[in-house]
Design a protein around this ligand. Structure first.
Ligand SMILES: Cc1cc2nc3c(=O)[nH]c(=O)nc-3n(C[C@H](O)[C@H](O)[C@H](O)COP(=O)(O)OP(=O)(O)OC[C@H]3O[C@@H](n4cnc5c(N)ncnc54)[C@H](O)[C@@H]3O)c2cc1C
Length: 397
């Protein structure tokens, strides 16, 4: 489906909105109980959203990154945890779509994912290296067998969102026992091919429904499930852009819903006072201005990715990494200001739980954005690139 098609094709946004309605109904309970949003994920499966991105020839619908970002935003306006689960799953699927066609096993897995609406989780974070996903301590072991090689992996995976609910986990490791920390591969392990021993419980400020517990992962599978491409290429050529753009889609959704609540508050107050807007109306105008800037930032990133996506050199360039890093930094920081403005507009009605203007969950969920690959880590990476790379000073695309 093309970018333009999303605007005119009611079915995709209608399907997403039907899921959002379910997600919104359970959002407060999911947050309060820090439980998996089972109802919303079942609705995603029923609406066949999990395989959307897979090419039609493998049973999907060939949805674009912009289509997916819009769905992230629609879901983010209802339940940020459900939206983030959708985003993280799609980031994993993007690795299959962009790099899986070289391997018969990965093509078959795409077909099965689309047909059976399998949910895929991610395990890049590791005890001892934190959020530096371009390094691993653990190493995959390949065992040579006459009837087909197998691979074995043990990983101290300190954060795996919805790990126990997933049908498969894509996990990074060093490519062999003697490999350097940055010489990594990614492997798909299917449920039944691994065990998860819980080591960390996810009792957090926000994004509680992502159930991102830590586990000791122990897996064994046929070696064909290791992606043939080095993880360095997968990370640079698809994961970086998809992560920062789809996460930003979720965060835009949280901020957009906060602005909508603030607007509803201002309208209700104006109605009560015979049309005179309350003093907080100015904050609403400021928040809507920031929301528009956030939207422009994400749209520009989507366009940059769309233009670069068939050119591996461009995708691996510093200019592209800088652009994607900047999208993530700006989105993750701007949403906090927007939601805070909305909170000031709504006052105590925004601060309290259980009102139509409540913003506590939005604010708590939004605080995860700066940590999801720490902004300081990204800034350090960007500042190193800026030692040699010219900043983009042109207004042309
Ligand atoms: C909602 C949510 C869901 C997640 N789901 C998953 C998942 O499914 N799978 C997964 O693998 N991971 C997941 N993560 C983990 C995530 O993406 C990050 O990798 C992780 O949160 C980073 O953890 P950290 O802050 O402890 O570590 P670090 O990134 O190591 O940061 C720790 C501290 O050190 C500082 N720091 C570290 N390096 C530098 C540097 N080079 N320069 C300056 N400062 C630095 C940071 O500012 C920070 O204060 C999730 C995170 C969140 C919030």
């Amino acid at each position: 489906m093309s970018l333009a098609a999303l605007a005119t094709d009611i079915s995709l946004s209608t399907r997403a909105r039907r899921v959002a309605a379910v997600a919104a109904e359970f959002a407060d309970a999911v947050d309060r109980e820090a439980r998996f949003p089972r109802e919303a994920v079942d609705a995603m499966k029923a609406e066949r959203l999990l395989g959307l991105q897979i090419p039609a020839r493998f049973g999907g619908e060939g949805a674009t990154t912009q289509d997916l970002a819009e769905i992230c935003s629609i879901l983010g306006q209802a339940c940020a945890a459900s939206a983030m689960i959708f985003a993280m799953h799609q980031i994993k699927v993007s690795s299959l779509v962009e790099h899986g066609e070289e391997s018969a096993w990965h093509i078959d897995f795409m077909r099965e994912l689309a047909a059976r609406q399998l949910l895929v989780a991610s395990a890049t974070t590791e005890g001892g290296i934190g959020g530096n996903m371009r390094n691993s301590i653990c190493a995959i072991e390949i065992l040579r067998n006459l009837d087909g090689d197998t691979c074995r992996l043990n990983k101290d995976a300190t954060v795996i969102s919805y790990g126990t609910h997933a049908d498969a986990i894509m996990i990074t490791s060093r490519s062999h026992e003697n490999a350097a920390p940055s010489d990594q591969v990614m492997t798909v392990f299917r449920k039944g091919q691994y065990t998860l021993e819980r080591t960390v419980t996810w009792d957090t400020l926000g994004m509680r429904g992502t159930c991102s517990d830590g586990f000791l992962f122990v897996g064994e599978a046929p070696a064909v499930q290791v992606f043939p491409k080095p993880f360095a290429e997968i990370a640079a050529q698809s994961m970086l852009a998809n992560s920062h753009l789809l996460w930003s889609g979720v965060w835009f959704g949280i901020a957009a819903d906060a602005v909508a609540r603030a607007q509803a508050f201002v309208r209700a107050a104006a109605r009560k006072s015979g049309g005179t807007p309350p003093p907080g109306a100015l904050r609403l105008a400021e928040a809507s201005n920031l929301l528009q800037m956030l939207k422009a930032n994400i749209l520009s990133g989507l366009r940059t990715y769309d233009e670069a996506r068939n050119d591996p050199d461009q995708l691996s360039s510093m200019a592209f990494s800088l652009a994607m890093n900047n999208i993530k930094l700006a989105s993750s920081e701007t949403i906090l200001t927007i939601i805070n403005q909305a909170m000031i507009v709504c006052g105590i009605m925004g601060y309290k739980n259980g009102t139509p203007y409540s913003l506590g969950r939005h604010l708590r969920d939004a605080h995860s954005a700066q940590l999801m690959i720490s902004n300081d880590r990204i800034l350090a990476n960007t500042s190193t690139m800026l030692l040699v790379q010219k900043p983009d000073t042109s207004l042309l695309g």
